[in-house]
Write a protein that binds this ligand. Structure first.
Ligand SMILES: [Cu+2]
Length: 139
C-alpha cells in the first residue's frame, strides 16, 4: 500500500505535465509544482510577520508569540526620539539601524521552537527605562 500511495501522486503530476504540453502553455505561466511538505519539525518552512512599535519607554508587539522559522518584524518608531531594535535568540542577534521618529524597518530573524526571543532598544538608557520585551516562539 505504501508504494502505491507514493506512486499515485507522481502519476497525477505526469498527467498534468502532459496536459500542459498539449496546450502548449508557456512554461512561465505554469503553476509551480506543489512541493512536498516536510515534517513540521523542520520549522524553517514556517514564516510569520509581527509588527513592533517603539516609543518612550516601551516596545509593543502585535503578538506575544512568534511561529518557529523565519519571522519578519516590521519595526516602526512610533515615538518622538531615535530608537532601534535588537533581537536576540538562540540562532543569533539581529539589529535594525537607528530609526528616526516615524521611520520603519524590517528585520527578519530565525526563531526556534520553544525559545524566547529577547527584544530591546540599544540606545543608551532606553532598555533600563522599559524598552524591552520578549516573544515566545511556538512550535
Ligand atoms: Cu529607544
Amino acid at each position: 500500500m505504501r508504494h502505491a500511495a507514493a506512486w499515485l501522486p507522481v502519476a497525477v503530476l505526469v498527467l498534468a505535465g502532459c496536459a500542459g504540453c498539449g496546450e502548449q502553455d508557456e512554461h512561465a505561466s505554469g503553476t509551480p509544482p506543489t512541493t512536498a511538505r516536510r515534517d513540521s519539525a523542520d520549522g524553517a518552512a514556517a514564516t510569520g510577520r509581527i509588527r513592533v512599535g517603539l516609543s518612550e519607554w516601551t516596545i509593543s508587539t502585535s503578538s506575544g508569540t512568534a511561529p518557529a522559522g523565519r519571522v519578519t518584524l516590521v519595526v516602526t518608531n512610533a515615538g518622538g526620539t531615535e530608537h532601534d531594535l535588537v533581537v536576540r535568540g538562540r540562532s543569533g542577534t539581529w539589529e535594525t539601524p537607528d530609526l528616526d521618529p516615524g521611520q520603519q524597518s524590517r528585520l527578519t530573524v530565525r526563531a526556534r521552537a520553544g525559545e524566547t526571543l529577547r527584544l530591546w532598544c540599544s540606545m543608551p538608557g532606553h532598555r533600563a527605562q522599559g524598552m524591552h520585551t520578549t516573544l515566545h516562539v511556538t512550535g
